[in-house]
Design a protein around this ligand. Structure first.
Ligand code: CA
Length: 222
């Protein structure tokens, strides 16, 4: 789970990152509107914490631009102002949840958890061909057979299943599965793709993970 924090107050940004990483989330930070938008447009994040008042352009504008590009990452909007107009504008711009500053750490964590749970509740299984990925139990499923995945195998499978047959680049997999700051290399991706292939085969699934030369990987159902 990776959370993007777009907040220009560096101390607040730093404490949010610390708080979230203590809870096991990976975080990335951007400190102004344009950079935040550039990061957010990659679609690599599970959630965006977005401040309203930002240099460049504000959080409302950022949310609008993001939604106009059809990036649906959930947005938790932060603002110093708690007026109804701001809240309405935030929701109109595409924010999913709104938290007025100052807030307590546990309030923010409760929001983040609720938003991520809601996402998870909508999709508890990703299907492709004759196989499915059970998001609650982290198991790979085919008919009545199930196989447990390790944390990395699960994240890798989640990226591939979510892409539904489209190519996922090795860089995207490295960032989503290993994180920005990791020193993992493409070879790690290949090794874990190998593990997943073996598990699909062990289930007798017809789903294959195809390597697309230098581009990346995609699922294929025969
Ligand atoms: Ca600000």
């Amino acid at each position: 789970m990776t959370i993007l924090i777009i907040e220009d107050e560096e101390l607040l940004s730093e404490s949010l990152r610390e708080l979230l990483s203590q809870r096991g989330f990976a975080t990335e930070a951007a400190f102004d509107g344009p950079t935040g938008l550039e990061y957010a447009l990659t679609g690599l994040y599970d959630l965006i914490v977005l401040d309203v008042m930002l240099p460049g352009f504000d959080g409302f504008e950022l949310a609008r631009r993001l939604r106009s590009k059809r990036v649906g990452t959930p947005i938790l909007m932060l603002t110093a102002r708690s007026g109804l107009d701001d809240r309405v504008e935030g929701m109109d711009a595409g924010a999913d949840y709104y938290l007025a500053k100052p807030f307590e750490a546990r309030e923010l964590l409760a929001c983040v958890n609720a938003m991520l749970r809601r996402q998870g509740a909508q999709v508890d299984e990703l299907r492709f061909g004759d196989a499915a990925l059970d998001l609650a139990s982290a198991e790979l499923v085919r008919a009545d057979r199930r196989i447990r995945l390790s944390a990395r195998e699960f994240e890798l499978a989640r990226c591939l299943f979510a892409a539904g047959g489209r190519i996922v680049s090795k860089e995207t997999l490295l960032v989503k599965v290993w994180g920005w700051e990791s020193e993992a290399v493409e070879n790690n991706v290949e090794v874990y793709v190998g593990f997943l292939r073996r598990k699909l085969a062990a289930l007798g699934s017809a789903v294959k993970i195809k390597a697309q030369r230098s581009l990346g990987y995609r699922l294929e159902a025969e």
